[in-house]
Design a protein around this ligand. Structure first.
Ligand code: HAM
Length: 432
């Protein structure tokens, strides 16, 4: 036997039991997005590296050290596996002039790739549902996004596990003033900065506020607050968002140190966090990015959005959603003999025409071993066809779960009898 080539570290198989839960979750999320009028958009997993350098920001962790980037040996193009969906979505919207038709409410989902240190809730291939609203300037849409999330947590039964933090990053001019003040402040305390902070001091001092280094917490706590540099328009926008949240009864904590790890944000930013997943606390995050469309080559267009990490949400959800997610299987069809096998194929297709979920036994074997498979399949009913049934164009069937007699009847009447048994629909003879 050859040695197994295993999967890549930080990139996971999602096995059937878990994948069924994912599908249930995706279905729920799609319904929720539809109810808010969001439409799907699908973009490729690979983009030109420059899109993320320009969109996400040259000095962000994502661009500096987490991107899967390579040079296409056929034509020398520099390509990257998308680390997030916003830049791709905006590129696509600009490239296909979607904004000519007016503001857009869009969503996407799929795998994203970041070369991070793998841990519970942190993977190198992970999945996001992302929501982007382009062409909306007011605080109403920021608030809509937060309200949407709150509804989803309720629908999932996670409302007690996830809390909201928000902040305003103001405008680029306001951030520039704050940035000068920050640089001056950190210069004054240069000896307390670690290597990461020193490197960021002039390139991206805002990110120093995000440091996890315990030795720098006091320094960061006392640093000039961006909130104190916000002008009237930014303050009014932030107040507008908070007033909708108050009206809707959604509690939130204003966290002045919430700066986000991607450079495109301005004004509202928010994160939904949990204390149930250790260090990987953020299950959903986003905010406003009014400059990104122009920065990527489009006309100036206000926009905002958010993305949720599916793995993290599913880790939380599996604690409250204990029911088996496996979709019900109606029939396991057992058969033996050549003529029986022919009839079995016909019967199985006929039952599927009638809307039943049917697994047709494949691979032969004795009736006994096939019945064992039927039991293990979680089907509600076993349909049995032997050659004597086949000669008479008949089938036998037997409920597998709640006991019940084996019955034999003409193959043509099976659909009706199953409907009576499974859905309490009366069959021709009036029996249920
Ligand atoms: P982000 O904060 O980088 O934002 O990622 C959003 C969410 O994706 C995180 O809150 C987390 O749940 C999940 N996530 C991120 N990295 C990992 C990882 N390595 N493993 C597992 N889950 C992860 C964005 O990506 C922005 N594009 C969000 C956005 C959309 N902003 C505006 N529109």
């Amino acid at each position: 036997m050859s040695q197994l080539i295993q999967g890549v570290r930080g990139m996971h198989d999602i096995l059937p039991e878990e994948a069924e839960r994912w599908e249930l979750f995706e279905e729920l999320v799609r319904g929720w997005l539809h109810d808010y009028g969001y439409r799907p958009i699908r973009t490729p997993a690979v983009e030109f590296t420059g899109l993320f350098v320009r969109g996400v920001g040259e000095y962000t962790d994502i661009v500096e050290k987490e991107m899967y980037t390579w040079v296409d040996h056929l034509n020398g193009e520099q390509l990257t596996l998308r680390p997030e969906g916003t830049a791709s979505c905006v590129r696509s919207v600009i490239e296909h002039s979607l904004l000519h038709a007016g503001p857009q409410r869009l969503y996407y989902h799929g795998p994203m790739f970041r070369h991070e240190r793998p841990a519970k809730g942190r993977y190198r291939q992970f999945h996001q549902f992302g929501i982007e609203a382009l062409g909306f300037a007011g605080p109403d849409i920021d608030a809509e996004h937060i309200l949407m999330c709150a509804r989803l947590w309720n629908d999932l039964g996670l409302e007690d596990d996830i809390t909201l933090e928000i902040n305003s990053l103001g405008s680029s001019e306001e951030r520039a003033l704050h940035r000068e003040a920050l640089i001056a402040y950190f210069e004054l305390h240069r000896e307390q900065l670690d290597a990461d902070a020193l490197r960021r001091l002039h390139a991206n001092p805002l990110r120093i506020l995000d440091t996890k280094n315990p030795a720098m917490q006091a320094l960061v706590e006392a640093a000039p607050k961006l909130m104190d540099y916000l002008g009237d328009a930014s303050r009014a926008h932030f107040e507008g968002v908070q007033s909708v949240l108050r009206d809707a009864g959604i509690p939130c904590r204003v966290n002045p140190r919430l700066v986000r790890g991607l450079d495109y944000y301005n004004r509202t930013v928010f994160e939904w966090v949990t204390d149930k997943l250790g260090a990987q606390a953020t299950v959903c995050a986003g905010g406003r990015y009014d400059g990104l469309v122009e920065q990527l080559g489009g006309k100036p267009t206000p926009a905002c959005g958010f993305a949720m990490g599916m793995e993290r949400l599913l880790l939380l959800w599996s604690d409250v959603q204990n029911d088996a997610a496996r979709p019900p299987l109606d029939v396991y069809l057992v058969h033996q003999g050549e003529q029986a096998s022919r009839l079995a194929f016909r019967v199985a297709e006929q039952l599927r025409d009638d809307g039943f979920a049917v697994v047709l036994h494949c691979g032969g074997g004795s009736f006994k071993s096939q019945m064992k498979k039927a039991d293990a399949s979680c089907a509600t009913i076993a349909v049995v066809i032997g050659d004597d049934e086949a000669i008479a164009e008949e089938v036998s069937f037997k409920p597998l779960r709640e006991g019940g007699e084996q019955r034999r009847l003409p193959a043509a009447q099976l659909g009706e009898a199953l409907a009576a048994l499974l859905y309490n629909v009366e069959d021709e003879n009036g029996s249920v």
